[in-house]
Design a protein around this ligand. Structure first.
Ligand code: GEK
Length: 279
């Protein structure tokens, strides 16, 4: 892969808290007057407005999403800028980058910052109309950088075409198990040789003892983030049958089966992991 002369560090992709947003944008997202609608504290499960098994990415979730994902996923604030770094390394001139299940676009924005001026196109997809509308509103405030095309669609219906980087950052876990292999096959087919998939997932563990310990450590993390016992158990109930985790070994095996020539786990924070697969 050709070396690029400009420094990613100088453009601030590394070391910024959660989003990899440019400083001005990051400040704006912290400004309640401008973006208060998606800057609220997650109290959804304190108020019990979501029923068991009923988690959906609706307006209530969008309003608290950055706070929710930061306080629920150990390492989310690290994974986002690392996706930027990986995009910087693997994005190919003239190709397309896909962010599948983009939510409010943290990964897209980190990648845009990392690959600016590389003649790439970014397509961000989510099937939640509220997520797409809010991400669109955020983008409307920015007038610089690579264009990001927003697509409101099920990621199973998207044709990946001439891609060099595809991101599934905590999205595959919400897709039916039977649909995961066909989805990955479509990604491999649409990737250029040398292109990559970055896959981040909540994982489970074969050994019940380890499963118990990892769950306990994750709940300690959530307690340390200020969630109460009630909020933790209600969220767990609401995600039951909605979020379907698999083991790290299952993910690696499926990526190989789908046609990736290499697949590695690069990150784990308790029961949250991230992988890179290379076509
Ligand atoms: C981030 N990647 O901040 N088609 C399209 N979108 C979907 C589908 C589907 N079949 N299923 C779920 N989603 C983001 C975080 S959040 C992770 C991703 C979480 C979307 C859903 O609407 C939501 O926006 C996103 O996937 C999952 O880097 O909430 O744990």
């Amino acid at each position: 892969m050709p070396q690029k002369s400009h420094s990613i560090r100088n453009r601030g992709v590394i070391g910024r808290p959660w989003s990899g947003l440019k400083p001005s944008i990051h400040r704006r997202t912290e400004n309640v007057r401008e973006f208060g609608f998606m800057n609220r504290k997650d109290t959804l499960f304190d108020q019990q407005i979501i029923e068991p098994g009923d988690f959906v990415f609706d307006e209530r979730v969008v309003h608290v999403f950055p706070d929710m994902i930061n306080r629920s996923v150990p390492g989310y604030g690290l994974i986002i800028p690392m996706i930027g770094l990986l995009a910087h390394r693997y994005a190919q001139a003239g190709s397309t980058i896909y962010d599948l299940g983009c939510s409010l676009g943290a990964a897209s924005l980190a990648m845009r910052q990392a690959v600016d001026n590389e003649n790439v196109k970014i397509i961000a997809v989510d099937n939640s109309p509220q997520m797409i509308a809010s991400f669109r509103q955020l983008l409307a405030e920015q007038h610089d950088g690579t264009a990001i095309d927003l697509v409101e669609e099920d990621i199973r219906e998207i044709k990946i075409n001439d891609a060099s980087v595809v991101v599934l950052n905590f999205t595959l876990q919400f897709v039916d198990l039977a649909d995961r292999l066909p989805l990955l096959r479509g990604i491999v087919t649409g990737l250029r040789p040398g292109g990559v998939l970055v896959l981040s997932e909540k994982i489970c563990f074969e050994d019940p003892v380890e499963q118990g310990r990892q769950t306990g450590w994750h709940h300690d993390f959530k307690r340390a983030q200020g969630y109460s016992e009630l909020e933790i158990s209600r969220k767990r109930d609401s995600l039951e049958d909605v979020l379907k985790p698999e083991t790290a070994a299952d993910h690696i095996a499926r990526m190989r089966q789908a046609g990736f020539s290499e697949a590695y786990q690069w990150y784990q924070g308790f029961s949250f992991a991230s992988f890179v697969a290379i076509r």
